[in-house]
Design a binder for this molecule. Structure first.
Ligand code: NAI
Length: 329
């Protein structure tokens, strides 16, 4: 099949070329959106990532251009209008799981860095400053961690937390019985947020979870708690989180995702004037750590993404069952 691959960097090309099962791939660095959708003419399929936009308008252009398939190189599909794709008869296939440990380990990396301030210590020591002033952290052992969403990633994260000796409380609309049997305490969202030292988000972005962390829910947090979001930026209201950081209700913030990341993440703006006031405000806090959506970025995950993507394309090409199709409901 002729496939237009959007939002690609050197690492995407390397892994997709390595695991290609015989398709004609054309790589575009550009993201797919209303402005770039015209590039899809004469392609059979498009292959996209987290910050490509496949809304109703883009789908109409894809359909007109003869595109018959959308394949996502990720698990989340909040950037695709599934209902509109279904109406047009364009299946949307995704990679439902790729090394959940990669994201879970990154969430723990954010926690450890924010808490023990290793990023600051690294810079201090390089400048000959061996002072410990303002580097004090806290033990994770026996601390209470709230895990919101205990699917593939949340489960892997709980298992890491168990190794650290944390007390784990969780909220999921479908509690995991194995985790409950292993000592994870499930409760309502309000109960779970209430007395946690650390809150980590691992549920998908949907209408029901959009901005679930907002001025009201932040009031439930223990004063000075740490919030970690490696899931999707839209789960939190960033302005409300900034306000909570300003008056100390939130003690630490670790983000791998950001509401407006589409305009920034994966690009080098080191020589430009960044226009996004919210991210500039976030960067200015000493207790905020931001990474640009790199939770998934391990060798193992890239290999799984590439192999599953081609398995999905091959299934469509050979009219086999589409196990990884995103369906409404
Ligand atoms: P999953 O589908 O295995 O698990 C999601 C869990 O969230 C399920 O147990 C589900 O029941 C639960 N859930 C659904 N609605 C909920 C609600 N309203 N409240 C609480 N829990 C709810 O998904 P997985 O693989 O664990 O991924 C989770 C999210 O992580 C993805 O949706 C994606 O947004 C994000 N992600 C981030 C990556 C990164 O690089 N930072 C990479 C991969 C995924």
């Amino acid at each position: 099949m002729r496939i237009a691959v959007f939002s690609t960097y050197t690492y995407d090309e390397a892994y997709l070329n390595r695991f290609n099962t015989g398709h004609e791939l054309t790589f575009f660095v550009l993201p797919l959106n209303e402005q770039t959708a015209a590039l899809t003419k004469d392609f059979d399929a498009i292959c996209i990532f987290v910050n490509d936009t496949v809304n109703k308008d883009v789908l109409a252009i894809l359909h007109e251009n003869g595109v018959r398939l959308v394949v996502l190189r990720c698990a989340g599909f909040n950037n695709v209008d599934i209902a509109a794709a279904t109406t047009l008869g364009i299946p949307v296939l995704r990679v439902p799981a790729y090394s959940p440990e990669a994201v879970a380990e990154h969430a723990m990396a954010l926690i450890l860095t924010l808490n023990r301030k290793t990023h600051k210590a690294y810079n201090r020591v390089r400048e000959g400053n061996f002072s410990l002033e303002k580097l004090m952290g806290f033990n994770l052992h026996q601390r209470k961690v709230a895990v919101i969403g205990t699917g593939n990633i949340g489960r892997a994260f709980c298992n890491i937390l168990r190794g650290f000796g944390c007390k784990i409380s969780a909220f999921d609309i479908y509690p995991d019985q194995e985790l409950a049997a292993a000592g994870v305490t499930y409760g309502s969202l309000e109960e779970t947020l209430a007395d946690a030292d650390i809150v980590s988000l691992h549920c998908p972005l949907m209408d029901s979870t959009h901005q679930m962390i907002n001025a009201d829910s932040l009031k439930l947090f223990k004063k000075g708690a740490m919030l970690i979001n490696t899931s999707r930026g839209g789960l939190i209201n960033t302005m409300d989180v900034i306000a909570a950081l300003k008056h100390g209700q939130l003690g630490y913030l670790g983000l791998d995702v950001y509401e407006q990341e589409g305009k920034l993440f994966f690009q080098d703006y080191s020589e430009d004037v960044i226009q996004d006031e919210m991210i500039l405000r976030l960067i200015s806090f000493p207790n905020v750590l931001i990474t640009s959506h790199q939770g998934f970025f391990t060798q193992e995950a890239m290999e799984q993404i590439a192999t599953t993507t081609f398995r999905n394309i091959d299934a469509f090409a050979s009219k086999a069952d589409l196990h990884n199709q995103v369906v409404i409901g």
